[in-house]
Design a protein. Structure first.
Length: 535
C-alpha cells in the first residue's frame, strides 16, 4: 500500500471566524496539504472520548507479558499471546546466517487498540521485557518500528530482501506492516521487528539501521517538527551502539593477537613434530634395509620393527599436531574476523549517527527560520470537514496573513460541524461508537486542541448542540431512553428532562421554554427551570 494521507471529502466553502465567537466553519481539506507532505506517515487515531479508559500501565502490561515469554531463551523460536488480540511470532533460525531474524507483532481481530501511542507503549514494554532495553530506548525504537512498518506496508519484496524464510512464511501482502488508520489495524497488522542479535539481547538486539533507513527518516521529516526529538534519541542510541561495537572490536582484536600467538606456537610444534617424524622414518628405512640384508639376524629384525613402530608414532603425533595447529589457526582467524566485523559495525553506526546529526542540525535551523517568519502572524480558527457522510470535523488554526494552516487538532470526530468557545476551551460533541469509543460532550484545549475533559453521560451521535448563555443542551442517554440534558461549562450535567425525546430532535431555546420532539414524534415545550413538560 502506498503511504499517503487518507482521502477525505472536499467542501468548497471556507469561512474564517475569530476564535472569540461560536462557529460552524468548513475548509477544503485538500488545501491543508502541502505537496511535500504527501509521503509523510500520519497515523489516523481515534481521538474522541472513550467508554472506558485503560491506564498506561495496563496497556504496557500487554507488552510486558508478551516479552517475558522470550526473555529466558531468545535464541529459540516461539510464540506468545492470543492470536485474536495481541500475538508475537519470534521467528528465528540460527542455522541460517545471511539475512535477519524478526519478531512479528500481530494485532488480532478482537484487539481494541485505536491510538498509535498505545501501539508504541505495547511494543516498548515488549522490547524492555524481552531484550532488557531501557524504557527510554524502547520508546524511541518503538516509534521507529511503527513508522518503518507503515512506510513498507504490504511491500513483501522489500521484506524478502532482508529477512529469512522463517520470517517471510509468516507474512502476507495484505497484512504485512501497519496501516495508517486505526480502523484497519485489528486483524490486518503484522509488524516486523528486525532482530540483529536476539540471542545476546541488549542495546543491539534490534537492527536500528533497518528501522531508521532514509525512507523512514524522510517520512518523519515531513511531519510538523520534523521528528527532531525522536531522531535525536535514535542518534544517541546509534552512538552508544558504535561505542559498544568499538569496545567489542578492541576486545576481539586483543583476543585475535593472543590466538595468533598460540597459532604460531602450535605451528612451531608442528614443524618440530614433522621434523622428528621425518628423522624417525629415515631411521626406520635404514633399519629395515639392514634387516633385509640379514634375514637370520633376530636383533636386526627386532631393531627394524622397533624403528618402524617409532616412525609410525612420530607420524601420528605430527598428524595430530597438524590438526591442533589448524584448529588454533581457525580460532585466530575467527577472532580477527570478529574484530573486523565489530569495527565495521562501529564505523557504520557512527557514520549514520554523524550524518543524521548533520541533517537534524539543518532541519532545526529551518524550523527556527520558519518560526521567526511567522512569530508575528495572527491566526484564526475554523472547522474542516474530514468525513462528509458522517459530518465529522476537526478544528484547525490558519495563519491570517498567509492563509496556510499552522496547526490541526488531533480530534477528528467532532459532530454537527459546530463547537463553542469558553474560557477553558472549545465545547463540542465528539466521538465514535464502536470498540472502546463513545460519543460524549467534550472540552478541547485552545492551544493543542486536544480533549481535556469529557462528560460522564453518553450523547446521541445525531444530537444537536445548543448554547444558551453559559448553558449547553444536547441529547443524552438515560437508561434505555434519550432525554434532553443541560450542562454547564465544566461539562457537568445539571438537568435531565423526564420527557423522553427523539435522539435527533431539534432543540429550540426560547424565553418561555425549550421546544423538542418527544419519542412519539410530537412537539413538546419544556420548562427551562426543570425541563419538565409545560402542561
Amino acid at each position: 500500500m502506498n503511504i499517503k494521507k487518507r482521502p477525505i471529502s472536499e467542501i468548497a466553502v471556507f469561512i474564517c471566524l475569530a476564535v472569540s465567537a461560536a462557529y460552524s466553519l468548513e475548509v477544503n481539506q485538500s488545501e491543508l496539504k502541502s505537496a511535500g507532505a504527501a509521503d509523510a506517515v500520519v497515523f489516523q487515531n481515534y481521538t474522541g472520548p472513550y467508554a472506558h479508559i485503560d491506564s498506561a500501565a495496563s496497556i504496557r502490561g500487554i507488552g510486558t507479558s508478551l516479552g517475558s515469554t522470550f526473555a529466558s531463551s531468545p535464541e529459540n523460536a516461539g510464540t506468545a499471546g492470543s492470536q485474536n488480540r495481541y500475538y508475537v511470532i519470534h521467528a528465528v533460525d540460527p542455522s541460517v546466517k545471511d539475512k535477519l531474524d524478526a519478531d512479528i507483532f500481530i494485532i488480532g481481530a478482537d484487539a481494541t487498540v485505536d491510538h498509535i501511542d498505545n501501539v508504541r507503549r505495547i511494543i516498548a514494554a515488549y522490547l524492555s521485557a524481552a531484550y532488557a532495553y531501557s524504557d527510554s530506548d524502547a520508546s524511541t525504537i518503538a516509534t521507529f518500528i511503527t513508522v518503518y512498518n507503515a512506510v513498507y506496508r504490504g511491500k513483501l519484496d522489500t521484506f524478502k530482501s532482508k529477512y529469512k524464510d522463517v520470517v517471510m512464511k509468516n507474512l502476507s501482502a495484505d497484512k504485512a506492516g501497519i496501516a495508517l488508520s486505526y480502523k484497519e489495524w485489528p486483524g490486518n497488522t503484522q509488524m516486523v521487528i528486525p532482530l540483529s542479535d536476539a540471542a545476546n539481547g541488549g542495546l543491539s538486539t534490534i537492527d536500528t539501521s533497518i528501522i531508521s533507513d532514509k525512507n523512514v527518516v524522510q517520512s518523519m521529516r515531513e511531519k510538523d517538527g520534523k521528528g527532531i526529538d525522536e531522531r535525536k534519541n535514535m542518534v544517541d542510541i546509534k552512538e552508544r551502539e558504535a561505542d559498544n561495537a568499538s569496545q567489542k572490536a578492541q576486545t576481539s582484536q586483543k583476543q585475535a593477537v593472543t590466538e595468533q600467538n598460540k597459532a604460531a606456537q602450535e605451528n612451531q610444534k608442528l614443524a618440530d613434530a614433522q621434523k622428528a617424524a621425518a628423522q624417525a622414518d629415515k631411521e626406520a628405512a635404514a633399519a629395515q634395509k639392514t634387516a633385509e640384508a640379514n634375514p637370520d639376524d633376530k636383533a636386526a629384525q627386532q631393531a627394524a620393527a622397533q624403528k618402524t613402530a617409532e616412525a609410525e608414532q612420530k607420524k601420528q603425533a605430527a598428524a595430530e599436531q597438524q590438526k591442533t595447529a589448524e584448529d588454533q589457526q581457525k580460532k585466530a582467524e575467527q577472532a580477527q574476523n570478529s574484530a573486523a566485523e565489530q569495527q565495521a559495525k562501529a564505523d557504520k553506526k557512527m557514520s549514520e549517527a554523524q550524518s543524521e546529526r548533520t541533517d537534524i542540525s539543518r532541519d532545526q535551523q529551518q524550523i527556527i527560520e520558519q518560526s521567526s517568519k511567522e512569530i508575528d502572524a495572527s491566526s484564526v480558527s475554523g472547522l474542516v470537514l474530514v468525513n462528509e457522510s458522517k459530518e465529522y470535523s476537526k478544528i484547525v488554526k490558519i495563519n491570517s496573513k498567509t492563509g496556510k494552516t499552522s496547526k490541526e487538532s488531533p480530534v477528528n470526530v467532532i459532530h454537527g460541524r459546530i463547537v463553542y468557545e469558553t474560557a477553558a476551551g472549545f465545547i463540542a460533541i465528539a466521538g465514535e461508537n464502536g470498540g472502546n469509543g463513545a460519543v460524549k460532550l467534550v472540552l478541547l484545549d485552545k492551544d493543542n486542541m486536544e480533549i481535556t475533559k469529557q462528560s460522564d453521560e453518553t450523547v446521541a451521535d445525531n444530537s444537536v448542540l445548543v448554547q444558551n448563555g453559559s448553558e449547553y443542551y444536547c441529547i443524552i442517554k438515560d437508561g434505555k431512553n434519550w432525554v434532553l440534558g443541560k450542562f454547564d461549562q465544566n461539562l457537568k450535567n445539571t438537568l435531565k428532562s423526564p420527557v423522553s425525546v427523539k435522539s435527533g430532535t431539534p432543540v429550540t431555546v426560547t424565553a418561555d421554554g425549550i421546544c423538542v420532539t418527544d419519542d412519539k414524534g410530537k412537539a413538546v415545550l419544556l420548562k427551562p427551570s426543570d425541563l419538565t413538560a409545560v402542561q
